[in-house]
Design a protein around this ligand. Sequence first.
Ligand SMILES: Cc1cc2nc3c(=O)[nH]c(=O)nc-3n(C[C@H](O)[C@H](O)[C@H](O)COP(=O)(O)OP(=O)(O)OC[C@H]3O[C@@H](n4cnc5c(N)ncnc54)[C@H](O)[C@@H]3O)c2cc1C
Length: 493
Amino acid sequence: MSGGKTKVVIAGGGTAGWIAAAAMSHQMGELLDIILVESQEIGTVGVGEATIPPMRTFHRLLGINEQEFVRATNATFKLGIQFENWKQIGEKYFHSFGVTGKQTIITDFIHFWLRGRELGVAGEFGDYCLEYKAALQGRFSLNSQSKINYAFHLDAGRYASFLRERAEACGVKRVEGKIAQINQNPDSGCITSLQLESGQELVGDLFIDCTGMKGLLIEQTLQTGFEEWGHWLPCDTAIAIQTEPTEPPTPYTKSIAHHAGWRWKIPLQSRVGNGMVFSGRHMSNDEAKDMLLSSVEGKTLTEPRVIKFKTGRRKKSWNKNCIAMGLASGFLEPLESTSIHMIMTAVTRLLQLFPHGGIKQSIVDEYNNQAESEYERIRDFIILHYKATERDDSPFWRYCKDMEIPYGLKHRMDLFKDFGRSNQVEGELFRLDSWTQVMLGQGVVPSSYHPMVALMPESGLQNFLGSIAAEVDDNIAMMSMHEDFIKRYCNRV
Ligand SMILES: Cc1cc2nc3c(=O)[nH]c(=O)nc-3n(C[C@H](O)[C@H](O)[C@H](O)COP(=O)(O)OP(=O)(O)OC[C@H]3O[C@@H](n4cnc5c(N)ncnc54)[C@H](O)[C@@H]3O)c2cc1C
């Protein structure tokens, strides 16, 4: 502590470092002395451009104006993810951010829908979801009554600069340089300072490790350990490339499965992010590069870049006086765009549990328990996409179909099959609607519906379903095309 202020040193200035700096300085700036060190020579991972809706809540916490943010980061709007070839080659489904239909206290909407299908009075499941139908029609709008749930596709480099400006305005000091050595207290093992190649020493009370996958502080110095989940999530390599757009940006991400993983397409305002995610055991880098280059549509703007990754999490996100965030804390592959969100929850958690009067084990344990359960629940949701497949056209998909899965996920899949219930756990990121859409999309279908829905007369059920679908269509009719909306939104002053 210096003059009553806690000295915080943030190591790394990628998305994680600047999110941490912006949030901590905005919320607690007057109580902290924050220094961020980053190395332009080392650079950042340079990907991470699809997000999920809780980002908007986090931005509100930081007082970020959404229009300014969309303009500054070249962002487009995102209503969900379209999955192609995941259940079967040639089939598609959509995981939207919206609520589908209406539920009662006793039964989820899916029971009404299943009964409606049986009677021949229900449409597609997505007909009852605004975000799904708007996405497929390429529409997007915001107005004061708008209940649409959305996120963004953004330029990661511009986002870091946008946050940097805010953080520096709130007093964060940025230091350019490479960390060459990490000094520890010989008795406690706590980190005392970071020594840069230039000889400069950054002394701190609390160190935030945002140095990316290598985890310079949390792993290379504190040797915290890593729990690997490659046996459940076998993809371990990505190849990314940017292209020029050839069509208006879709308000959704595309995830297209191939024989050894999947491929993403993320549209920004002026370019498209593309990437292959695959298992190195089932596909070579050259094969993946060829597949990526032959499937992208526009002129390429960058060279293909290979990124190796390990799926799993640090055994402790907080160890001694070091808290790891972003890739330094672990990685879940980008299928559901959850990593940036997890940086935001990590820094929010730290602010909530900010140690005063010294670091106490109870606070560290609470932080780590919350981080662990967040990781595991999101992990299970991602595994679902691989496990619940009907594909058996390649060794990769046969492996996924046959693999053992965590008990919690198995229970959820069984409960859904047997009873049509997704069993949402309190506080978990993915809500019932998400689980239901992905289960159905991947071919996990309930064998029956709740008997109470059969008490509703057929005409009543038809009216109930029809009125929801009509409300969705009425709302969509008032929406703009996504591209037109962005133009207006970004030009508005
Ligand atoms: C293929 C892929 C696709 C992804 N897609 C998504 C997505 O769609 N959505 C999503 O939410 N997330 C996604 N992610 C995750 C997302 O990219 C990261 O969570 C995010 O970019 C945060 O990265 P980071 O800041 O932790 O690490 P990095 O970007 O690697 O930054 C590390 C920082 O540490 C600095 N540094 C390292 N060593 C030193 C040193 N010795 N001295 C000084 N500075 C140092 C570097 O200069 C850099 O500033 C994806 C990840 C991958 C691998």
